[in-house]
Unconditional design. Structure first.
Length: 156
């Protein structure tokens, strides 16, 4: 249940790039109930989130009684993880709207050699996609035939 709630905490993802500062920006729009719940349960939102930044991966979690993954994704190019910044901001619900909500704004410094405009800043990954990405690194090659059989439902 908590895993599912953590995944639903992010309601929308918005990405942009700044060609002057050479940064990729990701805004994770958060569930509108978060602010009220944080106040009610006296939760400090600056310690509620965890960020793990790799050269090409971003993992954002929620820290409750344990850490639960909210969003995991692949970046459109390499970044310098040590130069990552983040802040909790207020974003408007829609253009011209008076209503706003909390969002997590993440700014990533593009690594040397990856400062051109990226085709896609961030691609959200599902857990099975991460497993598939890790298989070759672990020496666990999966044949195309096995993948096709699994997709057809014929795997044993």
């Amino acid at each position: 249940v908590k895993v599912e709630k953590a995944r639903k905490m992010c309601t929308r993802i918005e990405c942009s790039q700044d060609t002057v500062t050479q940064r990729a920006n990701i805004i994770l729009h958060l569930d509108e109930a978060l602010e009220e719940l944080a106040f009610k349960f006296k939760v400090d939102l600056t310690t509620f989130f965890s960020l793990k930044v790799g050269e090409r991966l971003l993992d954002v979690g929620i820290i409750a009684d344990a850490e639960f993954q909210m969003v995991l994704g692949r970046l459109g190019g390499a970044v310098d993880p040590d130069k990552t910044t983040w802040e909790i901001v207020r974003e408007k619900d829609a253009l011209g709207s008076e209503k706003d909500h909390l969002a997590l704004k993440i700014s990533l410094a593009k690594a040397a050699g990856h400062r051109d405009r990226w085709q896609e800043v961030f691609e959200k990954l599902e857990p099975w996609q991460v497993n598939e990405m890790m298989r070759p690194a672990l020496g666990d090659e999966v044949s195309k035939e096995a993948l096709a059989e699994a997709a057809d439902g014929n795997a044993e």
